[in-house]
Design a protein around this ligand. Structure first.
Ligand SMILES: [Zn+2]
Length: 318
């Protein structure tokens, strides 16, 4: 098999009994795949078959279908809000208007796989190019890269779903990517720059995560709003003083006595910014009151440890 993407419109395929069957055949093989049964309930717009690595058809074959869904409930502002700081690498930190903090540690599948992949790459580069051994190692690298990406995506699907389902807030606010910090990082020592370059890859993961959060929110009648997050990690949320906060500084400590984890400070500032920009003053006062109740320096912290139940993504082999 040797093709890129084949697109089918509504007359090109049919779905019944949990199977999608395409109108044309490959040689004499009919193209038919198992799909989740619930897809029969949706209005399918089109379907396509594609290969994850089309060169010589070496990758896996996937079937993707585009369908219409409708939100189960409409969004209604229930005066509960959750602000999320997506961090750069390690953690996702959220705070709600009750003053409760949620911290999720990123499992760093990328770190785990990158180590193996880089090791394999250096072994491959010591071989004669295009020799049998070279191809064998190269194939292994391709498989590992695919596994890495699948695991990250799968984790993001699960986590975004969990976060949207578990919050009682109907309005979820995320800080948009902080590009400024990335530029400032040029002043960092070389070793730090290197680790940061690796995490620019994470920006891609973060924007995909925001996409997942957005459509999962919509489906549950919630709403995701993006706001500009510049300076949210630099401003002391207690007194407003601006600090120099290069990425490696994990804590903000201020003359006013505020000593706080960088990402928590950032999440609180995102909330404050959203509430004040939208003149939600009752929410703002409630938030400030609840923060005081939970104590400025001590928080209720809920930690999720994520290494459980990660399955690799289901794929359809042609
Ligand atoms: Zn301060």
């Amino acid at each position: 098999m040797y093709f890129l993407t084949i697109l089918y419109n509504q007359s090109g395929f049919k779905i019944e009994n949990g199977k999608i069957t395409f109108s044309h055949r490959y040689n004499k093989t009919s193209l038919s795949f198992n799909i989740p049964q619930q897809l029969e309930n949706y209005n399918l717009k089109h379907a396509e078959i594609f290969n994850s690595e089309p060169y010589k058809g070496k990758g896996d074959f996937f079937v993707s279908v585009v369908y219409e869904t409708f939100p189960q409930t409409n969004y209604k502002d229930n005066e509960k809000y959750q602000a999320i700081d997506l961090g750069i690498t390690k953690t996702i930190t959220a705070v709600n208007t009750d003053g409760k903090i949620l911290e999720i540690t990123n499992p760093r599948f990328d770190k785990y796989w990158d180590k193996k992949i880089n090791h394999a790459k250096s072994r491959r580069d010591h071989c004669k190019k295009y020799s049998r051994r070279w191809f064998r190692i190269n194939d292994a690298i391709r498989v590992m890269t695919k596994k890495k990406n699948n695991q990250i995506k799968d984790w993001q699907h699960k986590l975004s779903r969990k976060m949207v389902e578990n919050t009682r807030s109907n309005t979820i606010i995320v800080g948009d990517l902080d590009v400024k910090d990335m530029i400032n990082s040029k002043k960092l020592p070389k070793s730090r720059q290197k680790s940061l370059n690796r995490s620019t890859q994470n920006n891609g993961y973060i924007s995909r995560f925001i996409e997942f959060l957005t459509y999962k929110s919509e489906f549950l009648g919630k709403q995701l709003t993006k706001i500009d997050e510049s300076y949210t990690s630099k401003i002391c949320y207690v007194c407003g003083k601006v600090h120099d906060m290069p990425l490696y500084k994990r804590n903000l400590s201020c003359d006013c006595g505020n000593e706080i984890d960088r990402d928590r400070n950032s999440a609180i500032n995102i909330m404050v910014r959203y509430l004040s920009q939208n003149a939600i003053w009752t929410g703002y006062r409630r938030f400030a009151y609840n923060l005081r109740q939970t104590g400025l320096l001590t928080f209720d912290v809920y930690k999720i440890h994520p290494m459980d139940e990660i399955n690799t993504r289901r794929n359809l082999h042609a």
